[in-house]
Design a protein around this ligand. Sequence first.
Ligand SMILES: [Mg+2]
Length: 232
Amino acid sequence: MAAMNLLSLAPKSETRKVLVSDFDGTLWSHDYYLLFTDRYGGPQTLQAWHDYRRGEITHFEAMRRIYAAAAPGEESLRTLLHDHGLGPHVREGAERLQAHGWSLVVVSAGSLWYIEQLLAEAGIEAEVHSNPGSVIDGRLCLRRPEGTPYPSHQNGIDKGAVVRVWQERGCTVAFSGDGYPDVEPARLVPPELRFARGYLAEELTMLNESFLPFQHWGEVCDHLTRPVSRGA
Ligand SMILES: [Mg+2]
């Protein structure tokens, strides 16, 4: 593969516009835990998800148990990723964001283990907050982030705290997401900067909160960089 220019979207001191984005099912069209459970899941992985939905365990613990349930080996875990890359529309979207002065902060209740690989493969540098992970004896082992300024018992990372920090710095903050941990951070940003799909879109609809629907993350980038889309 030809070397790709590294596109730097990590916030800098002069950053005034920040897109805070979920990763699985949002920036990436896939969810790693779903790819994983489709291939390696069984009663244990189903049980972990049901226990989480019933409120008996945290989202972090559900993810930890799901990945701990099978030991497919590092190569298989990586293949599962590389068979489902970010795709050209993500890179193109990131290029448009950068050209229009947006920085990107990724917040995920999943794991840095696969997020960092996929972003690197697409040549995208962003600030990323998620749970560390490493493959031990063929198993993806998730750990809670140590020393993060945004700890959350439920998700590992407090996505709402990330949004608030950038707002307190006086930045324009947009948010894109699709899942259960995205409801709180999405409600912190104004509707014209709130992008939702999947469960998040359903939940915001139930709460009577407006939002901008999207199917692919590139549409979020399109909207944020359209000359007449905001402040009209
Ligand atoms: Mg998600």
